[in-house]
Design a protein around this ligand. Sequence first.
Ligand SMILES: [Fe+2]
Ligand SMILES: [Fe+2]
Length: 137
Amino acid sequence: MASAELIEGLNHALNREVSTFLRYMLQGASIKGAQWAPAREMYLGEVTDEVGHALYLAEKIVMLGGTPMLDPDLTPPPSDVRKMLENDIAQEQIDVKGYIKLAELADKEGLADLKLRMEDQAADEAGHAEAMQRLLG
Ligand SMILES: [Fe+2]
Ligand SMILES: [Fe+2]
């Protein structure tokens, strides 16, 4: 059985993921201008990654006896592409730390598969931050 702390942490991560894929979808759809075409493609491409993270978390919460609770952040994103990228780099870095913490918690609770998956998701988010950093130059 998973602890309430772990279920709560997974639900927090689920909401961060749902907020992220909604934001990336909107930002990808909104970006115009040939010079920002790579940023648009990056955002639209990452929507799928973040949906995959969210789906894994929702299913895992259920399998551990919890209930997925949705309360996403619907704050409108910035319209300036550089601001989007700077904001999202910071958010991706927060996600890396969050997944490392969840991996440690899962390890303590003997959930080896969850620990590995949380480490994978941490690495995915670190890769997203790097891709955005590259676009900023
Ligand atoms: Fe993610
Ligand atoms: Fe990400």
